[in-house]
Design a protein around this ligand. Structure first.
Ligand code: PHE
Length: 339
């Protein structure tokens, strides 16, 4: 009898299964009501006294082993079901995550912000739906001023005082109204103009405008700042300032950067001159300072403004501005590796 028990002990210890039914059958076979363990315990009475001690030990051992085996196998089964059920097979190779690409407008905007923040400019933003005062009047463009025609404006139909801003100079007005000099701020944002859409122009685009107001700010400071910018942005330090006109700056200038004539692309981009126009700038008109609550006797300042789309197109050889707003992923994916 003892030998039979010992054989069972070996069998129990060697038993293994991942099938719930097999494990259940095993449990019933040994530990069920009509199972072997109960049979063995019943047989205990018939065992001669001198063998009882050893028989008792082996039978207990067998019961423990069977109970333990059932528990261990069931646990393993549950673990396996968990991983399969909740997480799937954890040993499978991962799904490749497709990283998004930054939009070329964002890339260029961030570069510009980075360059100016290194010389102490902060970033200011304002609403795209503006009022006449911030977009025009405060900027020395009173009603009926002919220069208002320079920028074809989208008005909100029911209220001619409300419009889509035509430049981010409106943010500079807001900034001057709310902050005391010294002011060093750049204002990036989207602007709107009622223009026919073509490869070269769109009814909305993006600008970054800069403003510096303090005591004794001079035109030389402006030129130095712009030269720093073109060097950092394009690796080109040769610039020229051509006299121009903006109602909010006096004197005003267009900024050209010398791009060079080394490649065929240089020729194409600069129309054979080597020079590229990249922005407008000037000394803030004293009237504008006054309109914004800054005393022009005490303070002076410079301002500049550039188109982000145009610069993105220059840097990445994009020939159609519409690509920048069409969200064609074949186009956008090309910028994956950029900043
Ligand atoms: N606001 C001008 C524009 O939209 C750009 C500019 C800004 C020019 C500041 C001079 C000074 O074209």
């Amino acid at each position: 009898m003892i030998d039979t028990l010992k054989e069972h002990l070996v069998a129990v210890e060697n038993f293994s299964s991942q099938s719930p039914e097999e494990i259940e059958n095993f449990r019933i076979k040994y530990l069920g009501k009509k199972g072997l363990m109960n049979e063995f315990f019943a047989a205990f009475k018939t065992i001669p006294n001198e063998q009882k001690k050893e028989f008792g030990q082996v039978i207990n051992q067998l019961k423990q082993a069977a109970t333990e085996k059932v528990n261990v196998l069931k646990e393993a089964l549950e673990d396996q079901q968990d991983t399969a059920g909740i997480y799937g097979d954890l040993t499978r190779p991962g799904q490749p995550l497709e990283l998004g690409a930054r939009h070329p407008i964002s890339i260029v905007k961030n570069q510009i912000i980075d360059i100016f923040s290194r010389i102490g400019f902060n970033v200011s933003e304002g609403p795209e739906v503006e009022d006449d005062w911030h977009n025009f009047t405060a900027l020395n463009l009173p009603e009926y001023h002919p220069a208002r025609d320079m920028q074809d404006t989208f008005f909100i139909q029911t209220n001619p005082d409300i419009l889509l801003r035509t430049h981010t100079s409106s943010v500079q007005v807001r900034y001057m109204e709310n902050n005391k000099p010294p002011i060093r701020t750049i204002s990036p944002g989207r602007v709107y103009r009622n223009e026919a859409i073509s490869a070269r122009s769109h009814c909305f685009f993006h600008q970054v405008e800069g403003l510096y107001v303090d005591k004794d700010v001079s035109f030389a400071d402006l030129k130095q700042t712009l030269q720093y910018f073109t060097t950092e942005m394009f690796g080109k330090s040769k610039i020229r300032l051509r006299p121009s006109y903006f109602p909010f700056t006096e004197p005003s200038a267009e900024v050209d950067v010398y791009w060079g004539l080394e490649t065929e692309a240089d020729y194409r981009m600069t129309k054979g001159t080597g020079w590229l126009e990249i922005m407008g700038c000037g000394m803030v008109d004293p009237n504008v300072l006054k309109n914004c609550g800054i005393d022009p006797e005490e303070y002076s300042g410079f301002a500049f403004g550039m188109g982000i789309d145009r610069i993105a197109m220059l840097l990445h050889q994009i020939t159609d501005i519409r690509l920048l707003s069409e969200n064609d992923t074949r186009f956008l994916k090309q910028f994956k590796s950029a900043l």
